[in-house]
Design a protein around this ligand. Structure first.
Ligand SMILES: Nc1ncnc2c1ncn2[C@@H]1O[C@H](COP(=O)(O)OP(=O)(O)O)[C@@H](O)[C@H]1O
Ligand SMILES: [Mg+2]
Length: 266
């Protein structure tokens, strides 16, 4: 099978589609990982908006911001989430809100509840392919990082027959850039990694495709920007290599040692 035979979905960010030889293969589960403020949520919103603009339905699970916050952020880029929710094309499942009356909120932050709500939402949206964002998956294993891989596998397996293409975000720690329990990376068909760093007293953001099955993808680090009114944009290949943007392992070890010490003193 050659590359053109694969059905690819636009991510909604033209520069990232180009890095992916056209987009994300339909039916994939892609992990979008990075530290806070790197653009994971905004990228996920582009992915949903790209589907909506092609008449596809979508589900967005939010664990770190309220439904209102997600809608407000999307409106800044003209993604029309508010209307899509009203028209029944988009269901936003809110895991923060503990209102019993709301049909689309999670009462418990468990994998079982997550999966059953997603399936219920998919049935409500009806027949056909839909895009799903789980933002974030790491919220489900924050207090038990050892479960990360098993939970990720369960989500992938249980949702596999529901005609979904999935983006699952995962939070990396601010200090060490390490995941709170790696898991989704092992199970995912693709990994898109966002990075941020301070260069010359200025916050700069980067993206790299670490993995995408069945795809001859770009392997360079690209600098990105988030622009008011339009959203995420690829600027240019970075002059920094991935290892230059990574904290040296010796320093990570020191930070971790200090954190363990702090914990044991509590
Ligand atoms: N309207 C906007 N214009 C420009 N930049 C924005 C706008 N809204 C948010 N941002 C930038 O995006 C960042 C948040 O990105 P987000 O996708 O929520 O990060 P993550 O989900 O990785 O934590 C903010 O910290 C800010 O720098
Ligand atoms: Mg986010």
């Amino acid at each position: 099978m050659n590359n053109s035979a694969i059905d690819r979905l636009s991510t909604g960010v033209p520069g990232i589609d180009k890095m992916l030889s056209g987009g994300i293969p339909r039916g994939f589960l892609v992990a979008v990982v990075g530290e806070p403020g790197t653009g994971k949520t905004i990228f996920s919103q582009h992915f949903i908006a790209a589907g909506l603009s092609r008449g596809e339905k979508a589900i967005y699970v939010t664990t770190e911001e309220s439904r209102e916050s997600i809608i407000r952020q999307a409106e800044m880029f003209g993604f029309g989430f508010k209307d899509a929710v009203k028209n029944g094309d988009l269901i936003i499942i809110d895991a923060l809100m503990e209102e019993r009356g709301d049909p689309w909120s999670l009462y418990e932050l468990t994998i079982e509840e997550l999966i059953s709500k997603i399936i219920e939402a998919k049935k409500t949206l009806g027949y056909g392919h839909a895009r799903l964002v789980i933002d974030s998956m790491s919220a489900f294993w924050l207090d038990k990082p050892a479960m990360a891989r098993k939970y990720s596998y369960t989500v992938k397996r249980r949702l596999s027959r529901w005609n979904l293409t999935i983006i699952a975000t995962s939070q990396y720690a601010v200090t060490t850039s390490l995941g709170f329990g790696f898991g989704i990376e092992h199970v995912a068909d693709g990994i898109i990694r966002f990075k941020k760093t301070i260069i010359g007293g200025e916050l700069r953001r980067f993206v790299i495709i670490e993995k995408m099955r069945q795809t001859p993808h770009d392997r360079k680090v690209y600098e990105i920007d988030i622009i008011d009114g339009t959203g995420m944009k690829i600027i240019k290949p970075s002059v920094y290599t991935a290892s230059e943007l990574r904290i040296p392992i010796s320093i990570i070890r020191k930070i971790l040692e200090a954190e363990y010490k702090k914990e044991s003193e509590l």
